[in-house]
Ligand binder design. Structure first.
Ligand code: SF4
Length: 235
């Protein structure tokens, strides 16, 4: 963490509730801010909390071309419920065409390198375009979601994406706290959760998990846990 990051992090010390992190964190960001949404339970909770904030926050999503129908349905439900605009970003057409022509439709199952290549084309490159011109972005990441997220901070300087601010308001919340908020506010969620999906990404790389399994056990289940990130949240 550089000096600026440490200074910023100090301003939020002692604040652990998501609304407090959102409010204080947004006040520290000078310039446009956006929420990256995959329409997970976390993202829906944050979209709801943002309705109570005065600050204008754009919402963007990435359509990788391999999303479940259920994910598109909940995205549309949320758009209509709040009357919000969602900026959808797609992968570069020529990059996807070349990938599928040269390696087929399921190359991501063949090696970690191929999986990272697919995630880069379908997720990371569109994310980089979505973040252009922003002073900060908000994510629904929580520490307890995965071994790769244990060191997550409520506010970070995103060195990978040009040194903009990254706000993680749900960092300290458990899955139960997040679901409780959803229930209390009577918010809808992706229908796949009823079928045992805890973490939902692209259709061919997500599946239901068994009771007691890690939330991200259903993502890229053929890989080791320490590799289970798509590159959107490199630190
Ligand atoms: S999650 Fe799977 S299908 Fe989606 S971009 Fe990554 S490797 Fe490709």
């Amino acid at each position: 963490m550089n000096l600026a990051a440490e200074q910023i992090s100090t301003r939020l010390s002692g604040i652990t509730d998501p609304q407090g992190i959102l409010r204080k964190g947004l006040a520290l960001i000078e310039g446009p801010v956006a929420l990256a949404s995959s329409f997970s339970i976390e993202d829906i909770v944050l979209i709801d909390m943002l309705q109570q904030c005065e600050r204008q926050v754009r919402i963007f999503a990435i359509d990788t071309g391999r999303l479940n129908e259920e994910t598109l349905e909940i995205a549309e439900t949320i758009r209509l419920r709040y009357g919000i605009e969602i900026d959808w970003y797609f992968p570069q057409q020529t990059a996807v065409e070349q990938l599928e022509r040269e390696k087929g439709l399921f190359s991501f199952r063949e090696s970690l390198e191929n999986r990272h290549q697919c995630c880069h084309i379908r997720k990371v490159e569109p994310l980089q375009r979505a973040l252009k011109g922003l002073a900060g972005w908000i994510t629904g990441q929580r520490r307890e979601q995965a071994t790769t997220r244990g060191g997550l901070q409520p506010i970070e300087v995103d060195q990978v994406n040009g040194g903009i601010i990254k706000l993680n308001p749900l960092v300290y919340w458990s899955a139960e706290q997040t679901e409780d908020y959803l229930k209390q506010q009577r918010l809808p969620c992706n229908r796949l959760h009823q079928s045992g999906y805890l973490s939902i990404g692209c259709a061919p790389c997500s599946r239901a998990v068994q009771p007691g399994e890690d939330a991200r056990a259903g993502r890229w289940w053929w890989e080791n846990p320490e590799h289970k990130e798509c590159g959107l949240h490199k630190r």
